[in-house]
Design a protein around this ligand. Structure first.
Ligand SMILES: Nc1ncnc2c1ncn2[C@@H]1O[C@H](COP(=O)(O)OP(=O)(O)OP(=O)(O)O)[C@@H](O)[C@H]1O
Length: 224
């Protein structure tokens, strides 16, 4: 179990996250919904120990960062590194010795440079790396963004399998139906605070709240 307690994060004078309290349990998928700039990625980076923060992130299974797999919205790859080499590198980093070619579940061209992969292919390569590492926590920042329909189905399947394997999954998405399909709990992040947390069956409440954040008649004003 992961307990985020009184987590706050500021960049200079800009308070991005304020007093966040969340609990993530094994075998559960948690969605974080929020408009652009709400602080989802910042929250993910804090939990993944990629950012400093105030407050605490407690984990009952050892050193969290050693078992955390973070899929960024836009993965980054070093130049002149093939897909195969990337997967080898991330497996070696965790002392995992699995057959790379047999682990190529998205049938990626592993002999090609990862930096030349398309957006969706890069996302699939990064995700394959996280799975190879056998992490306990999977933080997936917009995992469905930029991938094709078939891969979208595979990623949903992966999330379901991670849940069955008792892993902790935290994800964001700008496609609300993805929360309905994959998540057990949904947390609405707005203005740096968690506005509401709901369990499956009540996600429409968050959707309604978010729809209320529309831009009203400002489009008409702009076009008129
Ligand atoms: N390294 C940084 N330095 C300064 N400000 C930052 C930094 N990273 C993020 N921010 C600011 O923090 C706020 C939250 O950004 P964040 O990327 O966490 O939002 P998000 O909810 O993931 O947005 P999106 O849905 O567009 O990806 C934004 O105002 C952003 O400009």
């Amino acid at each position: 179990m992961i307990q985020v307690q009184s987590l706050s994060k500021s960049y200079g004078k800009h308070a991005v996250l304020q007093n966040i309290n969340l609990t993530f349990k094994r075998g559960e998928v948690n969605g974080i919904a929020g408009e652009n700039g709400a602080g989802k990625t910042t929250l993910f980076k804090c939990i993944a120990a990629l950012e400093t923060y105030e407050g605490q992130v407690q984990y009952d299974g050892g050193v969290l960062k050693n078992v955390t797999g973070f899929l960024p919205a836009t993965p980054f790859f070093m130049s002149r590194l093939t897909g195969y080499e990337y997967l080898k590198l991330v497996s070696n980093a965790r002392g995992v010795d699995k057959n790379i070619n047999e682990s190529n579940l998205f049938d990626l061209p592993l002999q090609e440079y990862a930096e030349n992969y398309s957006t969706g292919m890069q996302k699939k390569l990064a995700l394959t790396g996280l799975l190879l590492q056998q992490n306990e926590l999977f933080i997936l920042d917009e995992p469905f963004n930029g991938v094709d329909i078939h891969s979208n189905i595979i990623i949903r399947e992966i999330i379901e399998r991670l849940k069955q394997l008792n892993k902790i999954v935290i994800m964001s998405s700008h496609i609300f139906s993805m929360f309905n399909e994959s998540c057990d709990y949904l947390h609405h992040l707005k203005g740096g605070v968690i506005k509401q947390s709901v369990s499956k069956g009540q996600f429409a409440k968050v959707e309604e709240e978010m729809k209320g954040e529309g831009i009203g008649n400002r489009i008409t004003q702009l076009l008129g």
